[in-house]
Design a protein around this ligand. Structure first.
Ligand SMILES: [Zn+2]
Ligand SMILES: [Zn+2]
Length: 388
């Protein structure tokens, strides 16, 4: 069938992206879902730093690639062998599929799935291969790569069953989308990796989508103070509104000698990591969940780690098991304890995707969400372009 999607055609173009336009919104052809796969009609997709990292080349992926990995939609068609999801079911995309059988899948979320990671690196679905092609007249020929098994910046996607988690209809699309990456990652950095105890102060360094999700998760636990650290004043003000007991710039926090038992680094750069380590108290835990450039290097003093019996934990993707954790966060949202809606700073359309990347790169956005039109472009629409 024909869909419309946002395809990254070249890595590392000059900013602003609004001018250089590395992402083209074009018609694409989708194969029908194979065995164990689904066709999903997209409802909402969040714009995440991991999308930007592909655009700017910090995370090298094969192109052309249809971007977007934080998304929500409804099942429109099921492939052979999928017997636990019906057409019409709302699903959250889980950008790290889990095969359920490898050593990573048996690690309770601490390690990613080995075949899932391999498929993501190759731009393929977990079942192998690609289901995306440039449509005639789109200017793109041949196969397009899937982004993290999702490719959510499109009206429709073919995904592996193991790349989705069902969610009830009471969770709105934009909330459900953000559960799939920002909340899964940031929330998991606190719940699965930091594991604060009663009375523990939690500090979050870097207040983008993931950091802000970590912050609201820590607030929801009600265990102790929650302190936000970021260089951007607007983000500090937002953290205050969302329940932070105090906020600081990194320089202020270091100068004041702030120390906490649990510090989450969610900025994805080496200086933020150093700050997070410096803010961690005796016996405390530094959780690093941000993804810096592969070449980034940090300086820490090992004696401080040894003599103060501190721990540094790498929490890849929030040490998450999506099928276990997404329903937990949905329930916390339902009970009014986790204001996921508050993470959404603006809404846009597929055609505004290059501008959205600029806003993210400028640090102006917490979470921008791409919203898709209603169900008028139903299944089986072929040819002529189904609109955005
Ligand atoms: Zn993401
Ligand atoms: Zn696995």
């Amino acid at each position: 069938m024909r869909a419309r999607g946002a395809v990254l055609v070249e890595i590392g173009r000059e900013r602003p992206y609004a001018s250089s336009r590395p992402i083209e919104v074009v018609d694409v052809e989708l194969d029908p879902p194979g065995p164990g796969e689904l066709l999903v009609r997209m409802e909402a997709a969040g714009v995440c730093h991991s999308d930007l990292s592909v655009v700017d080349g910090n995370r090298v992926r094969p192109v052309p690639m249809l971007l977007g990995h934080e998304a929500c939609g409804r099942v429109e068609q099921v492939g052979d062998g999928v017997d636990d999801l019906a057409v019409g079911q709302r699903v959250v995309m889980a950008f790290l599929p889990r095969c359920g059988e490898c050593a990573g899948c048996r690690s309770d979320g601490r390690l990613p799935c080995t075949p899932g990671s391999a498929a993501n690196n190759a731009g393929e679905l977990l079942g192998g291969g690609r289901r995306l092609h440039g449509a005639d007249g789109s200017g793109l020929s041949g196969e397009l790569h899937h982004h993290l098994g999702v490719s959510g910046f499109a009206t429709h996607a073919v995904v592996d069953r193991r790349s989705v988690v069902p969610v009830d209809d009471d969770v709105p699309p934009e909330v459900a989308a953000v559960l799939g990456c920002a909340v899964l990652t940031g929330g998991g950095a606190v719940l699965n990796a930091g594991k604060p105890a009663q009375g523990d102060t939690v500090v979050v360094v870097g207040l983008g989508g993931v950091g802000m999700a970590a912050l609201i998760t820590a607030v929801s636990l009600g265990l102790g103070d929650v302190i936000g650290v970021d260089a951007v004043p607007e983000k500090l003000a937002r953290a205050r509104e969302l329940g932070a007991t105090a906020v600081h710039t990194p320089a202020e926090a270091l100068e004041a000698g702030l120390k906490a038992p649990v510090v989450v680094e969610a900025a994805g750069n080496a200086r933020a990591f150093e700050t997070a380590v410096a803010l961690t108290g005796v016996g405390g835990t530094t959780v690093t969940v941000g993804l810096p450039a592969p070449t980034a290097e940090a300086t820490i003093r090992p004696l401080g780690i040894t003599a103060e019996a501190r721990t540094i934990v790498g929490s890849y993707l929030g040490s998450a098991v999506p099928a276990r954790d997404i329903p937990t966060y949905a329930q916390m949202w339902r009970e009014g304890r986790l204001p996921v809606d508050a993470l959404i700073s603006s809404r846009t359309t597929l055609d505004g995707i290059n501008e959205a990347m600029d806003a993210l790169a400028d640090g102006r956005a917490v979470r921008q969400v791409v919203l898709f039109d209603g169900p008028e472009s139903g299944s089986g629409s072929t040819g002529g372009g189904s609109g955005a």
